[in-house]
Design a protein. Structure first.
Length: 290
């Protein structure tokens, strides 16, 4: 209904109509697209990132209402469009790319920079004041820390935070007292960059909590999985391209050990068997006193 309204009502500007049509065209042309939230991102930083990431993605900005109208228009062409609509909030903008969703998220994450918090901003994650020394001499700061539930002590003339303390939960707004303390501690809890809400690819919606992968941890898990699978395959004597050489070597060692234990002579076992016989003879001589 909203889509029809924009194309039929006389008072709607041609510019808005063109924006909706251009957005619909881009969505249909790109197999991978996503929505970013531009809240709290200064315009100079947006322009800088646009230029820096030009080769990897295209950013399309429009009013939230026009974005929703374009998506409403595409409900019969884009699967899970209702779910996409439910994720449009804040100051949304579209990104279009040929990158894999996980690579895209990693690129955007690497291009973020730290920034101090402002009063009223929403915490993107739990804000933690870490255990350790501070630059402060004993004084009113101890009381300020105590009001926020931060335990402290004095060591070598400096105030020391006794334990890691969460001063603000994810989703809560920054208050003046917390902003002031974090500024004094030189803690910058915010990140300036393109905040990716989700990526759509092949009818699947990948939300940011799925896309945010610790590459080092993920790589270690993959290595562990490969190692475990290889060990299981060898244990079960299941031949594959990776295990056949190992299985042949294992079979050779096992058969050699069996032949030696049963005194079966061959060019591979004769020296081992003679060595074993000599060792046994020496042991026997020592027992009978020869």
């Amino acid at each position: 209904m909203k889509a029809k309204a924009i194309t039929k009502e006389a008072h709607v500007s041609e510019a808005k109509k063109r924006t909706v049509e251009n957005l619909k065209k881009l969505i249909k042309q790109h197999p991978v697209f996503g929505i970013i939230n531009l809240e709290n991102l200064p315009s100079p930083q947006l322009q800088k990132m646009r230029g820096h990431l030009r080769e990897k993605l295209k950013i399309f900005t429009a009013k939230k209402s026009l974005i929703k109208i374009a998506l409403e228009d595409l409900k019969n062409e884009i699967k899970n469009c209702d779910q996409i609509l439910s994720l449009v909030h804040g100051m949304p903008a579209f990104i279009f790319t040929k990158e894999d969703p996980f690579k895209l998220y990693a690129v955007l994450k690497k291009n973020k920079s730290k920034a101090p918090a402002k009063v009223g901003q929403i915490a993107p994650k739990d804000i933690v004041v870490s255990k350790g020394p501070t630059p402060f001499a004993p004084g009113p700061i101890i009381g300020e820390l105590g009001k926020l539930g931060i335990k402290s002590s004095v060591e070598e003339g400096k105030v020391v935070v006794s334990a890691d303390t969460v001063v603000l939960k994810e989703g809560e707004a920054f208050k003046p007292q917390i902003v002031s303390l974090l500024s004094n501690l030189k803690i910058e809890p915010m990140e300036i960059g393109l905040n990716l809400e989700f990526v759509y690819e092949a009818s699947t919606i990948y939300k940011k909590d799925i896309l945010d992968i610790d590459e080092v941890e993920f790589g270690n898990k993959v290595k562990t999985a490969i190692s475990d699978a290889l060990n299981l395959s060898v244990f079960a004597a299941y031949p594959t391209e990776l295990t056949k050489k190992i299985l042949i070597q294992k079979a050779y060692k096992d058969s050699l050990a069996l032949a030696i234990s049963r005194n079966i002579l061959s060019k591979e076992t004769v020296n081992k068997i003679l060595g074993k016989a000599e060792s046994q003879a020496t042991f026997l001589k020592s027992k009978i006193g020869l």
